[in-house]
Design a protein around this ligand. Structure first.
Ligand code: AHM
Ligand code: MG
Length: 334
């Protein structure tokens, strides 16, 4: 039988590569693993217990919050607040960032930005959802986190990752040295290394766009959507459309099979729908570390200087050559 490596063993091994590291990042990553297991259990029970349905509040984006969003948000906040490594967080579900005042955390080295439950409209219909997170080293020197700690470019991420609550639950993360994926073994309650050194295929045949918005896409994107449907043996077209409306699941699948994901600017959302700090930067870090490309269509996502916490940007990411083809169309027609 092959040797199983758990997430914690893997994190510890990696820490040994840096003998002078304090172990705080390792502890933080492992806290995220624990919180995600609690959320996973709750999601699995979603159809059974009276936790389904809207919480009756709207978040700052004007979207209805689901009870599980709130549950997941609280679990992560509590894990970060009590861990001692983090001096504050910003989450998609909260209007403002949350500085930690408690003695054990106020001087923590890191801040975390996260989307506790992305794609949560899928919960009611038993379709995959995800958690997305980014970790940054604080800029302020001491005390609870300040706004400047969160408004950092994606290139400053120390680590990022996602959890996908799907037909199995996986945690995938990077610290800038490649991407590794761990599958939760429900029998032993541990994440086990299942996808070491994940690499996105350079080509693929899957495109993930919400084509219902076709009429409001730019000409370049419309041309791409037309191009993928043409018959051509040399490029394997027509391509297949795969769109779950759960960014984590769409990008995770494309990373494994090869594909391109896009949430562009539309008439209704002139900057796109997805948030730079909670969704685009962390997923961009993963995609780039797996060998793919992550861009707005005009600039590299991770080089954008954020100006506000809930900033949205258009997102185009995935297999290198497929993103390259979309960019070619954008450059030619837009
Ligand atoms: P959420 O953060 O409110 O859950 O929304 C984000 C999700 C993404 O996971 C997904 O890519 C996108 O919304 C789908 O949006 P649409 O239904 O407009 O295609
Ligand atoms: Mg989201």
């Amino acid at each position: 039988m092959s040797q199983v490596k758990t997430l914690n063993e893997f994190i510890l091994d990696k820490q040994h590569d840096f003998p002078f590291a304090s172990g705080e990042l390792s502890r933080l990553l492992s806290d995220i693993g624990v919180a995600s297991k609690i959320i996973n259990q709750e999601i699995n029970k979603a159809g059974l217990v009276n936790i389904l349905g809207a919480a009756g509040n709207e978040n700052i984006q004007g979207e209805e919050q689901q009870l599980l969003d709130v549950f997941a948000d609280n679990k992560f906040i509590n894990a970060f607040r009590s861990g001692g490594e983090v001096c504050g967080i910003a989450s998609e579900e909260n209007d403002d960032f949350l500085p930690f005042e408690n003695e054990s955390s106020r001087n923590g080295k890191y801040v975390v930005t996260f989307d506790p439950l992305d794609g949560s409209s899928n919960i009611d219909v038993n379709v995959s959802v995800g958690t997305i997170f980014s970790i940054y080293r604080r800029i302020s020197t001491e005390g609870p986190a300040q706004l400047e700690d969160f408004l950092q470019k994606g290139t400053e991420q120390v680590a990022a990752g996602y959890v996908i609550y799907g037909s199995s639950t996986m945690l995938v993360y990077t610290t800038g040295k490649g991407v590794n994926g761990f599958t939760l073994d429900p029998g032993i309650g541990e994440y086990c290394l299942s996808h070491p050194n994940m690499k996105a295929p350079e080509d693929g045949r899957l495109y993930s766009f919400n084509e219902g918005n076709y009429n409001t896409f730019s000409t370049g994107l419309q041309k791409y959507c037309d191009w993928v449907k043409e018959e051509d043996a040399s490029t394997g077209r027509p391509y297949s459309c795969r769109y779950i409306a759960s960014m984590v699941a769409d990008i995770h699948r494309n990373l494994i099979k090869g594909g391109v994901f896009c949430y562009p600017a539309t008439a209704g959302s002139p900057n796109g729908k997805l948030r730079l700090l909670y969704e685009c930067n962390p997923m961009a870090f993963i995609v780039e570390q797996a060998g793919g490309i992550a861009t707005t269509g005009h600039e590299r996502i991770m080089e954008i200087q954020p100006t506000e916490l809930h900033q949205r940007v258009p997102a185009l990411m995935g297999s290198k050559n497929m993103v390259g083809k979309v960019l070619e169309m954008i450059n030619q027609y837009d």
